[in-house]
Design a protein around this ligand. Structure first.
Ligand code: MN
Ligand code: MN
Length: 290
C-alpha cells in the first residue's frame, strides 16, 4: 500500500490519459499522418500537466508493440488495424492504456481483446493469482475464435518504471504470483488471427537508459547528458538531437548503457488487436484508473 497522495498521482495520470486518448481516437482515420497523431498525444500530455511515460506507440496490423513514428515520418493510416498505446506519468507514477481502432474491417478481433480485458478486470481483487487472470484472458480470446499472444504480458507499474514486476500473463501459466492489495498494474490482452507469438522486427525507434556509466567519447557523453531527463523512462529516437545520433546510440548500446526496443511483430504475420487498462488492486475488487 502506498500513501493516499501516491494514488492521487496515479489517478491524475489516468485522468490525463483518458482525455488525451479520447481526443486522439477520432484522428485515427485513413490518409491521416501517423506522426501527427503521435505528436498530438505527446504534446497534449504535457499541456495537461502530465509527463510522457513512454513515446506514443502506434502499432499497425501484424505489429503488436514498440512501434512509434520516425522523425519526419511521412506514412499515413491505410486499411489498418491500429493500436494506440499511451503512457502518462505524474511525478513518476504511471498510467498505461491502449485501444485498438480498426480501419481494416476486422472488428471481431478487436472485440476479442476488449472482452478479455473486461473479463480480467471483473475477477481482479487482492489475493488473486496472476495465473487465474491469464486463464480468463486466454479462455475469452479463444471463445471469440482467436489466439492470445502468449509472449506478451501485462505488468506492474512502479515509480518511473513502466514495466515493473509482476508479469500478468495472457494465458494460463503453471505458476503465477498472488496480487497484493494496493499494487498498481496494467492488464493488456493481445488477440491475433495468427499463431500467437511475437518476435523482434528490424526497426528500432524506442530506447531506454539502463546504466549510469558514462561513455568515453565526448560526443557520446553529450547525448548521455541529453538522455538524463528521461530518467529510467523510454524515449523515441525522433525526440533526440539528430547530429551523429546513429553513431552515439549504437555506441551506447554496445557499452550496455542504452537498450533498444525493436518493433514486436506477430511471427506468422497475423493481425493483432490490443486492449489495456491500468488499475489499483483492492480488497474485493479493483479501481480502473484509465
Ligand atoms: Mn501500454
Ligand atoms: Mn503496458
Amino acid at each position: 500500500m502506498y500513501d493516499e497522495e501516491v494514488y492521487e498521482k496515479y489517478r491524475k495520470a489516468g485522468e490525463i490519459l483518458k482525455e488525451v486518448k479520447n481526443e486522439a481516437i477520432p484522428m485515427i482515420k485513413k490518409e491521416e499522418s501517423i506522426l501527427k497523431v503521435a505528436e498530438f498525444v505527446e504534446k497534449k500530455i504535457i499541456e495537461m500537466g502530465g509527463g510522457i511515460a513512454f513515446p506514443c506507440n502506434i502499432a499497425r496490423n501484424e505489429e503488436a508493440a514498440h512501434s512509434t513514428p520516425q522523425r519526419n515520418d511521412k506514412r499515413v493510416f491505410e486499411d489498418d488495424m491500429v493500436k494506440l498505446d499511451i503512457g502518462v506519468h505524474v511525478d513518476g507514477y504511471i498510467a498505461d492504456s491502449a485501444i485498438t481502432i480498426d480501419l481494416s474491417g476486422n472488428s471481431e478481433l478487436v472485440r476479442a481483446s476488449e472482452e478479455a480485458l473486461k473479463a480480467a478486470i471483473e475477477i481482479i481483487e487482492a489475493g488473486i493469482n496472476t495465473s487465474e487472470i491469464g486463464d480468463v484472458i486466454e479462455t475469452t480470446i479463444k471463445s471469440e475464435g482467436f489466439r492470445p499472444i502468449y509472449n506478451l504480458t501485462g505488468h506492474g507499474l512502479m515509480r518511473y518504471i513502466p514495466h515493473a514486476p509482476p508479469p500478468i500473463p495472457n494465458r494460463k501459466v503453471p505458476q503465477g504470483v498472488e496480487l497484493l492489495e494496493g499494487v498498481v498494474i496494467a492488464i493488456e490482452p493481445f488477440a491475433t488471427d495468427g499463431v500467437g507469438k511475437v518476435v523482434d522486427g528490424e526497426k528500432v525507434e524506442i530506447f531506454q537508459t539502463v546504466s549510469n556509466s558514462m561513455a568515453r567519447l565526448p560526443m557520446v557523453r553529450k547525448l548521455q547528458k541529453e538522455l538524463k531527463k528521461y530518467e529510467t523512462l523510454p524515449y523515441a529516437k525522433r525526440w533526440l538531437p539528430p547530429e551523429k545520433l546513429e553513431f552515439a546510440l549504437s555506441n551506447l548500446q554496445k557499452l550496455g548503457i542504452v537498450r533498444g526496443y525493436p518493433v514486436l511483430k506477430e511471427v506468422s504475420g497475423g493481425l493483432v488487436s490490443q486492449a489495456e487498462h491500468s488499475l489499483i488492486v483492492l480488497d474485493g475488487g479493483c479501481e480502473v484508473i484509465t
